[in-house]
Write a protein that binds this ligand. Structure first.
Ligand SMILES: NC(=O)c1ccc[n+]([C@@H]2O[C@H](COP(=O)([O-])OP(=O)(O)OC[C@H]3O[C@@H](n4cnc5c(N)ncnc54)[C@H](O)[C@@H]3O)[C@@H](O)[C@H]2O)c1
Length: 370
């Protein structure tokens, strides 16, 4: 690590809020209220013009909070030392990072070797939201997993409709008419929220996890009609012919997602069924899955529509930005006070560093990237 970079990392930070450049990404990494909190801490906050517009925050609101508006991303890169983003850097930004920068954002590097390479080449320190871990929970992943889980069921309900090429079924059925069967694989945060919304709509819910107690806890909260099973390839194959909706909500922290929905499973599902691969940001848990986007939300795989959009929460930027920034702000305030000072308050940030001084330093990420 260069002496110059490390001394910048130790000092109080100039906080820069970059406008998201990923397609259809409308979230922003700091709200005007968050900017006001940083300014009250004595920090300088620089916000790229228009950064908050997608989430309903005008430049004037940031100015009123005491932040300075910069006309371009280049101006933010030039002045700020702590760069805030929501999604991983895009190719147009790759060359802009410098060794003295700290980047704080979702990175998901195991699925993005080009981003890892660019960050290593810059020499910067990159800290991933999704790698902040306390007692095997992920406080900065959780709010977006909640949103993604809830959206997964909404998306599935919509693509079950005949006008969208679906099976023509109502998620909750009707009195005397069978409801849709929804299999949620992965009973963590996103899986719980997908299952709860499906159960709330009246669907028949089955929850699968490697850890049966997790699946049982979620099924219990989904009401008496919900069931829990141990997730095995055989169990999923057996359920496929009676399952109209599958939600892939698995996570192996730091690693690429395991494949839990195979091509065979897709072939066994009823025609017009829907699969939502929430884990696509970690490479996807559906065999042969292709990325989808907010503009092009599903792909036909055999007779089944599969949705695999890596930034699902961008569909509801107001809700998502509020949930995300409520979780990140304490960490941003700590990081803005300098690295050692930040660690004295949030020691868990050490384990969230993915890239530093030209190397991938997070063991699971390094392992997957070889
Ligand atoms: N697409 C998006 O926009 C979006 C948004 C938020 C989160 N995510 C992703 O969703 C995924 C899930 O996140 P989460 O916060 O719910 O994770 P989590 O850690 O809360 O839950 C994951 C669950 O998967 C289970 N699991 C792991 N391997 C399994 C397997 N082979 N079979 C069955 N269960 C298995 C674990 O036991 C755990 O209960 C992650 O990849 C995350 O990055 C995507």
């Amino acid at each position: 690590m260069s002496h110059e970079a490390s001394s910048v990392w130790e000092s109080a930070q100039v906080v820069g809020v970059l406008k998201e450049v990923k397609e259809h990404e409308r979230r922003v990494s700091l709200t005007p209220k968050g900017a006001a909190a940083l300014v009250a801490d004595g920090r300088t906050v620089i916000v790229e013009a228009g950064a908050g517009l997608g989430s309903g925050f005008k430049d004037d609101e940031y100015s009123a909070a005491g932040a300075r508006i910069a006309p371009t991303a280049d101006a933010v890169f030039a002045e700020a030392t702590l760069l805030l983003h929501v999604k991983e850097p895009q190719p147009a930004e790759f060359g802009k990072f410098r060794a003295h920068h700290t980047l704080f954002t979702y990175l998901h590097l195991a699925a993005a070797p080009d981003v890892a390479e660019a960050l290593c080449a810059s020499g910067c320190r990159a800290i991933a939201y999704e790698s902040v871990e306390i007692d095997r929970t992920f406080p900065l992943l959780a709010p977006m997993s909640m949103v993604a889980g809830r959206l997964a069921t909404q998306i599935a309900a919509s693509y079950l409709e005949a006008r969208n090429g679906g099976r023509g079924m109502l998620m909750g059925g009707l009195p005397g008419v069978e409801p849709t069967t929804v299999l949620v694989i992965g009973a963590g945060v996103s899986g719980r929220h997908a299952a709860e919304v499906a159960a709330g709509m009246g669907a028949e819910v089955i929850v699968a996890d490697l850890a049966i107690e997790r699946a049982q806890a979620v099924a219990r909260d989904c009401g008496p009609l919900a069931r829990a099973i141990v997730s095995t390839p055989q169990a999923i194959e057996e359920l496929a012919p009676i399952t109209e909706v599958m939600v892939g909500a698995v996570l192996a922290p730091g690693h690429k997602a395991p494949i839990v929905i195979t091509k065979k499973v897709l072939d066994l599902m009823p025609e017009g069924s829907v699969v939502v691969d929430i884990a696509i940001d970690q490479g996807g848990c559906v065999e042969g899955v292709q990325l989808t986007s907010h503009a092009d939300p599903v792909r036909l795989m055999g007779r089944v529509r599969v949705s695999a959009t890596p930034n699902m929460p961008a569909a509801v930027p107001r809700s998502s930005t509020a949930a995300l920034t409520a979780a990140t702000l304490p960490y941003v305030r700590a990081l803005a006070s300098g690295w050692s000072a930040a660690l004295s308050v949030h020691g868990e940030l050490v384990g969230a560093v993915n890239v530093e001084s030209g190397r991938v330093v997070h063991p699971a990420v390094a392992d997957d990237l070889g």
